[in-house]
Design a protein around this ligand. Sequence first.
Ligand code: ATP
Ligand code: MG
Length: 564
Amino acid sequence: MSETNTAPTRDFIRQIIDADLAGGKHTGVVTRFPPEPNGYLHIGHAKSICLNFGLAKEYGGRCHLRFDDTNPTKEETEYVESIQGDVRWMGFDWGEHLHYASDYFEQLHDFAVELIRQGKAYVDHQSAEEIRANRGTLTEPGKNSPYRDRSVEENLELFARMRAGELAEGECVLRAKIDMASPNVVLRDPTLYRIRKVSHHRTGDAWCIYPMYDFTHCLSDAIECVTHSICTLEFENNRALYDWVLDQIKPACRPRQYEFARLNMTYTVLSKRRLIQLVKEGHVSGWDDPRMPTISGMRRRGVTPEALRTFCERIGVAKADNMVDVALLEFCIREDLNARAPRVMGVINPLKVTIENYPEDRVEEFEMPLHPEDESMGTRKVPFSRTLWVERDDFREEAPKKFHRLYPGNEVRLRYAYYVTCKDVVRNADGEVVELICTYDPASRGGWSEDGRKVKGTLHWVSAEHAVAAEARLYDRLFTKENPMDTRDGSDFKDHINPDSLQVRTAYLEPYLGTVADGYVCQFERLGYFCKDRDGTPEKPVFNRTVTLRDSWARIERQTDAKG
Ligand code: ATP
Ligand code: MG
């Protein structure tokens, strides 16, 4: 991976826009981000948001947020609100251009009437099964509907009756009259309108016919004078229909559809339909569970919008589907937090240390920088006393050769405090080490020795009496399989949920962490980045681990470079 290249690369979409502007086809750029409000946004949507809003920003144009709300059964206001919050949090703004496809229902209806008048649409009374059976296959043409040659007058009257609620759900649909033998199945008289006698989250009971995606999307783009309508590759075949509708209606503004590869990521599921299952079946605590690949989940976990935007920039925009290694996302999060997160101390797997030559009633306060390289972050005070917590992993009874931390007889530095030497261990009835007896060198105050004596290990620690007991939530990937969506082995994605994706520990934290606000992100030295969660109470704060400090991405890159 090359170092951060901030200049936007000229991917194929930017090349197309450059040419459109240079050739005078357009004088400005208008894009849109068109989510269906049927779930929370995930990191795949973040890619689309960065692309659409990013283009608008780069070219001095605008990007609309348009809710594609044509399916009343699955859509809810909760989703509309979360989506707006997520886009804003990502750092983008739609200005006055908050739109809803449902705002165009009247206009879309009139366009449908226009198609009927042109003889380009008809009301089909075939059942859903008949329509499916007569559609043909990839190798065989479809069959014309027996209702295909209804007169314009009859179609106008039937469509009016559909709208008036006189016909039953499923009784008939409005279809475009294109070509039942087209090699592109999408063009075999696609459905434009269907009857749905359900309330809509915005239009209530005003409508009982609802337009289909393919009819709605291109016309909404045209109504808003979108210039470049960017969607994912699975809509490639739908482009012919997008263009067909616009060719018949001839709106004043003529948008074009371009397709790019959707984001797929290892160990991750990116599909609202599947994410909703995880939520509804209780596999996670909600849409914003910190293990979810949703924008709200990542925000709660401590990921910043900058890290997400950097990630989207690094993966780029291409025309071929691929799978992005989740380690790249973790790398971007780490790199971002490394620069911005204050350093503090907490112990997540505690082992007691008693410093036998330290006076029992004495407490010292050490003033420590919040970031070793960024003085502007300031300092905080950390109390030191005779009884401390250190990390259990920082002690070994039998130390291997390169182990420079605590073991009997060894001297280490307690970060910014003193040198201590392990003298003895205390065991419980099971023989397990429960306490270390140490001595400290009063001449090493601040964590360095006047005689220039060197110690190799530097450990983090917390004064036991002053510690804040917190809940630390340690997360691992939600799925154990690299591609949980691969069903070739007959398995379901839920078969691969990682049973150990959440581990809860009691952690002891320096007192400063009892005072920080929810959402505060910091590095617990040597343990990873942590974010204070809203679930906590003043007595028991909760911290989510955002990422560990271990970077597997650099290693992957080195291997790839070595290979080739
Ligand atoms: P999902 O597949 O998760 O259900 P969707 O495509 O149904 O997503 P929409 O609300 O229709 O969700 O998506 C809004 C926009 O986000 C669309 O333009 C869509 O192409 C884009 N988008 C959705 N998923 C991804 C992804 N994984 N990578 C890139 N863009 C995506
Ligand atoms: Mg969709």
